[in-house]
Design a protein around this ligand. Structure first.
Ligand code: NZQ
Ligand code: ZN
Length: 387
């Protein structure tokens, strides 16, 4: 167990019929707000009406900034910062999934500085303050609703970079599982894959040899994510399963699982972000391709932890450690495939010939994230495991 500091300031309001709290919770921070949302799902499923009624009843002046796209882009964030400054907004409300919440975080931080917001993502500037942020989560996946991370694509340079800061954690996030009833099966599966990836990035990259508390916490969340996702794919309005999946996705990346692990890395994400940057692949769909490939590569030299996951999560009985590791990876890959998430570059219509460009694209993020052992040749060899 390594030393750690864990500070989880975000107020979570969880459960059925909680969206009506967004107005009063936001009014605590000011009277003029920027409402950030995506390409329209909230207008089709009624969440937009419930949010705007609550904001109006709380007496708030609302400036809207719709149009966040999945894999959100820098140009839209810059426009949001311009709006926030022009209207001197006092808080930002994000209604959507990780793309919307991440864009809102970047707007909250960018509105407080005179330099370009992209400098935060290049590691050239640190976040010193942000506008208050309240969220209504509509998709169980990224965990952005309770963490200090944000990921934006610079469409001019085809770079998708993530950065983090304790100050970026939302003040309040409302998690109403019924808000996710309309999430299509594809994004339900991609969200589950993303949440599992958040757990396994830490699980496999900690250098601490003895982390029984964190291991069983992450193994248990992984099992719960797979079980609840399976139920939701069968019945999209299964409240209990949607609630379990939503809370697991938040717990997977709010800092709790990583506490005590010491230094960890995000190599699978580093590689996936290049698939999304260059081919606009949904984040979870890219991860279900990259994860088994990276796991196979890493298990070849250090099979123990992969064998442990195989035995504890997939009940693999194989005695040989390396064979057990491989069997566990295969079973995870089959689960991805059966859930409707892609497992090869071919499934994503990405040609094998794209591997060198993908590997080169990932080097900038590898440098910022200090993933020193990953050069272009290593990433190419990992990607050749998932052609
Ligand atoms: O455009 P809208 O209307 O929002 O539609 C979205 C979008 O098309 C739709 N959707 C969301 N909620 C829905 C819904 N459709 C019907 N009913 C609902 N209730 O789903 C699509 C995907 O939404 P998106 O927000 O892109 O998905 P997700 O939540 O998986 O977020 C992905 C983004 O999160 C970043 C990823 O890089 C990616 O850009 N991540 C953020 C992290 C963080 N902040 O810590 C960590 C993660 O590893 C991840 O990198
Ligand atoms: Zn992720």
């Amino acid at each position: 167990m390594q030393n750690f500091v864990l500070h989880l300031p975000t107020k979570i309001i969880f459960g059925r019929d909680t969206i009506k709290n967004i107005g009063p919770e936001t009014a605590a921070f000011g009277g003029r707000i920027l409402l950030v949302y995506g390409s329209g799902s909230i207008k089709q499923n009624g969440i937009y009406d419930r949010v705007t009624v609550s904001l109006a009843q709380a007496g708030l002046t609302v400036i809207e900034h719709p149009g966040v796209k999945s894999n959100p882009v820098l140009s839209h964030v810059r426009e949001g910062i311009r709006l926030a400054k022009e209207h001197k907004v006092e808080a930002v409300v994000a209604v959507g999934g990780g793309s919307v919440i991440d864009s809102a975080k970047a707007i909250c931080a960018g509105a407080e500085v005179n330099h370009d917001v992209w400098l935060f993502f290049k590691g050239k500037k640190g976040v010193k303050s942000k506008l208050p942020l309240t969220c209504v989560l509509t998709l169980a996946a990224a965990g952005s609703e309770m963490n200090g991370g944000m990921v934006i694509t610079n469409e001019e340079t085809s770079q998708k970079f993530g950065t983090g800061n304790q100050l970026l954690k939302p003040e309040v996030s409302i998690l109403d599982p019924t808000a996710t009833f309309t999430v299509p099966p594809s994004y339900t599966a991609y969200g589950a894959v993303d949440a599992i990836a958040h757990l396994l990035e830490f699980y496999f990259t900690t250098s601490d040899p003895a982390t029984p508390v964190q291991d069983r916490f992450m193994e248990g969340l992984t099992i719960n994510i797979m079980e609840s996702c399976r139920k939701v794919l069968t019945r999209p309005d299964d409240y209990q399963a949607r609630a379990d999946l939503m809370w697991c996705a938040t717990l997977a990346l709010n800092g709790l699982t990583a506490a005590g692990l010491g230094m960890v890395g995000f190599p699978m994400h580093m590689i996936e972000h290049s698939l999304s940057a260059l081919y606009d692949v949904p984040h979870g769909a890219g991860l279900s391709v990259v994860m088994p490939a990276w796991m196979k590569w890493r298990a070849a030299e250090a099979p123990a932890k992969f064998a442990q996951l195989a035995r504890r999560v997939f009940a693999v009985e194989e005695k040989d450690q390396y064979l057990a590791a491989l069997e566990g990876i295969e079973r995870l890959k089959s689960w991805f495939r059966e859930s409707g998430s892609p497992v090869s570059l071919r499934d994503l219509d990405i040609p094998e010939s794209a591997i060198p460009a993908l590997a080169d694209n990932s080097m900038a993020l590898a440098a910022i994230w200090r993933l020193k052992e990953y050069d272009s040749a290593v990433v190419s060899s990992i990607l050749s495991n998932c052609r």
